[in-house]
Write a protein that binds this ligand. Structure first.
Ligand SMILES: [Zn+2]
Length: 500
């Protein structure tokens, strides 16, 4: 007699991404056991089977978000949310609410001064929230933070001068770049709060149909908390942990190698940075910016990148290197072309040369990109300003990458974490070379991420023996003109409903 399934989803439209469409799917012990017609799968229903009648709703493989910062996402959810505030006073009110809920640091995220007169929040503003507890309000791009007098008194000496804004010799409370690293180390949220951040981010991910993430961890305490959550069975999202290059020796000494781990928590890649961003004109370009001097900066110069890739490769680890401008992307692709391992990854790659596209295809380099960034590729968007029309049209060339057979994985960078929004951006991109059809876009957000994480045998499509990770949608991305309007109705990980 056939053993009953744990979960049967029936009467739906199952897009398997593995050939034929189906109506139903059954899972047992975390894995898919059968995919087919409802009438064929009903015999797997036993007394203890959870049965979901989908009434024609659409089932896709769970989304794999290939570039996330879960602790930060959780932090933004848990701490004061300053996004959408239309005045400094509104920010201060929200921070005061948060002050009342917590002890210690009062944190807020996501303010945007362009919503009022364009002035940043200052120590004078934030001293209204508290004069005896440290208060920090981060700008939405996280490259700038405003702090109150308590923070300046406590940490003033430690902030590098060039990143502390002053007015007639006095610090205004506005901090930039490296000063923020000092702040990050000082804030130390502690294990309980980190747990809250990660669990909140996990819930957020599931609400958006995300079942796997490739997460980038800066803080060793975050990695530790992930292990604890995995041990206690509280980790429902599948996490690939990527470590910063400065931790490479520690990772090696701990005996970690890429792909080592459990069903929910694995070691991923070593993350490094080749350049900065277009927003701050620090991404490294081959030609000058359209609206400023210079061609941007190297965060790691090409010779050092090549040496780093060699070390990572020798350590039997995957590399993932942030490169946004075309000259930075060229340098990373060249370094990967010398490596022994394949499937090293480039993060973002917002502008790349035709030569790099060809080399990436030949060498099997994964482009891990953010379709949501296409929101900047419209007329008068950020790319228009920074890059001018020609380069704006060549940015994020997903259609071209697909055509050239470059492995493409989609991720959100949590800006925002929302695969359906990303799929909508990729399918409606202004230029043909940027555009994907719906199947290709969904594939990049499922199988593409699975491949980037060496998990295509376990994730990314709905086939027997793969993990039973699904998302149920109230509409079909193939039918909606704007897939971003589709709601996620249910998310399943390993045959268990984790969100509905
Ligand atoms: Zn990122």
């Amino acid at each position: 007699m056939t053993e009953a399934a744990d979960l049967v989803l029936r009467n739906g439209r199952v897009r398997t991404l593995a050939g034929d469409a189906a109506e139903a799917v059954a899972a047992r012990d975390g894995r898919i056991v059968s995919v087919g017609r409802t009438s064929e799968l009903d015999f797997l229903v036993g007394v203890e089977t959870t049965v979901v009648d989908l009434d024609g709703r659409v089932v896709l493989p769970g989304f794999v978000d290939a570039h996330t910062h879960m602790d930060l996402l959780g932090k933004q959810q848990v701490e004061a949310d300053l996004s959408g505030a239309t005045s400094p006073d509104e920010c201060l009110d929200r921070l005061a609410d948060r002050r009342a809920e917590t002890d210690g640091w009062v944190l807020g995220f996501g303010y945007d001064e362009s919503r009022w007169d364009g002035g940043y929040l200052t120590r004078d503003h934030l001293d209204d929230v508290s004069t005896d507890r440290p208060v920090v309000a981060y700008r939405e791009d996280l490259h700038l933070a405003s702090v109150n007098s308590v923070v300046l008194d406590r940490l003033g000496e430690e902030f590098p001068d060039e990143y502390v804004e002053t007015e007639s010799g006095t610090a205004t409370g506005v901090l930039r770049e490296d000063a923020l690293s000092v702040l990050r180390e000082a804030i130390d949220p502690g294990p309980e709060r980190i747990r809250e951040y990660l669990l909140t981010a996990q819930e957020y991910a599931h609400r958006h149909g995300v079942t796997s993430v490739h997460d980038i961890v800066r803080d060793p305490a975050v990695a530790r908390t992930y292990r604890e959550l995995d041990r206690t069975g509280e980790l429902t999202v599948r996490v690939r942990l990527n470590y910063l290059a400065e931790n490479l020796d520690a990772v090696r000494e701990a005996g970690l190698v890429t792909n080592h781990g459990t069903e929910h928590l694995r070691t991923g890649a070593i993350k490094a940075f080749a350049d900065g961003s277009f927003g701050s004109r620090t991404a490294r370009l081959s030609e000058p910016y359209a609206d400023g001097e210079g061609r941007g900066e190297w965060t790691t110069p090409p010779e050092e990148l090549a040496a780093l890739v060699e070390r990572v490769d020798d350590a039997d680890m995957q590399a993932m290197i942030h490169a946004i401008g075309d000259e930075a992307v060229d340098a990373v692709v060249d370094a990967y072309a010398e490596a022994d391992r394949r499937r090293h990854r480039i993060e973002h790659a917002e502008l790349l040369s035709e030569e790099s596209i060809r080399t990436a295809a030949e060498e099997g380099v994964v482009v891990s990109a953010q379709p949501n960034f296409l929101k900047w590729a419209r007329d008068d968007g950020l790319y228009d300003k920074r890059l001018g029309e020609q380069r704006r049209r060549r940015s994020n060339p997903f259609g071209r990458l697909r055509e050239a057979d470059v492995p493409l994985a989609f991720g959100s960078d949590c800006m925002p974490m929302d695969p359906l929004f990303g799929i909508a951006q990729a399918t409606t991109a202004p230029e043909k070379r940027q555009r994907l059809d719906t199947t290709e876009a969904v594939r990049a957000y499922t199988l593409g991420g699975a491949y980037a994480g060496f998990a295509e045998d376990r994730l990314g499509s709905i086939e027997p023996e793969k993990y039973a990770d699904f998302v149920v949608l109230d509409g079909s991305p193939w039918e909606y003109t704007d897939p971003a309007e589709i709601a996620v109705e249910m998310t399943v990980v390993g045959g268990t409903i984790v969100s509905e």
